[in-house]
Design a protein around this ligand. Sequence first.
Ligand code: PLP
Length: 383
Amino acid sequence: MSSSEETPRIPFNRAAVTGREMEYMRAALARGHISGDGDFSRRCHEFLERELGVRKALLTTSGTHALEMAALLLEIGPGDEVIVPSFTFVSTANAFVLRGARPVFADIRPDTLNIDERSLEGLVTGATRAVVPVHYGGVGCEMDLIMEIASRRGLAVVEDNAHGLFGRYRGRYLGSFGSLAAQSFHETKNFTCGEGGALLINDPALVERAEIIREKGTDRSRFFRGQVDKYTWVDIGSSYLPSDMLAAYLWAQFESAALVQERRRRIWKRYYDELQDWAAGRGVRLPVIPGHCEQPFHLFYLLMPDEKERDGFIAHMKSRGILTVFHYLPLHLAPMGRRFGGRPGQCPVSEDVSRRLVRLPLFYDLSDDEQTAVIEAVIGYPD
Ligand SMILES: *Cc1c(COP(=O)(O)O)cnc(C)c1O
């Protein structure tokens, strides 16, 4: 076996474990409540509501499911159009496509890689119902203009905040702008319970129906609060609530939020400081964080000069036992995106960035020595 096929010495990601996860899962077991909305779920909901200042937070089984709930709550259906960036994870679009809507792909800004707010106005038609800004890397989209256009054109805003928990735009938490926002607690995100997510609800008119849709279309949440004496089928719905075992795991992570974020901040900053000279000399661009945005240090990327160099860089790192990865393949060029009229040249910045971007390992327990090895390998490129 050649060295490049061995298990990498430094993985791209290791899921964060902050210490009390097993203890809290055992506590959930001991209480005998491991279905959804137990004590740990309640703690997670209150934490998110208090910290972010959102009206209501509901844990979901994934970030994808939080987006699906948003599409249900907004009653998106056939004939509707939803504007999404092409440079994002499939679920941003799929959640609305599942309801029969047509995704309309917007390009991204070359600096933050966020949806290009200046392109929005030109994409709105009489059928447009919603816009889904994705805060890439947790760096805020230009929410001032996005909210202004949405309110003037009567569109709902659903923030895909899968990367952006604790990020801020002009001092205000991401996830608190749109009528709805989706968080993800997948193991690649800053805080995780393996698979999980949350729907944040800022529009008070959507709170009650969100609880019903999440509980199989029943008013069970009202029943548990003693507001009705039996619960029954009142609306459409599905099962979007995670087990309290997973909420227990997540609660342990939330309790250590400051520690996790401080560690990630230090790792991010060290990459930025120590790679600057190398990047400038090689024509490599490092992440751009506008002054009015506070980021949650979700990812660190390099924009290489071209695709050949990007692929060469990944191979170079791999030969040193370090796994680096790229994302996203533009949605408008994917087989599914083409079915909605996607064609080459439609989102030129997304197409270009997708070929040149590479992400470095950035996770909670990446050690100083491991990071030194990553930095030395990067600076050693090309050999
Ligand atoms: C991770 C992610 C999602 C989906 O989250 P899951 O919890 O994996 O379903 C959605 N959008 C973006 C931008 C993501 O990075």
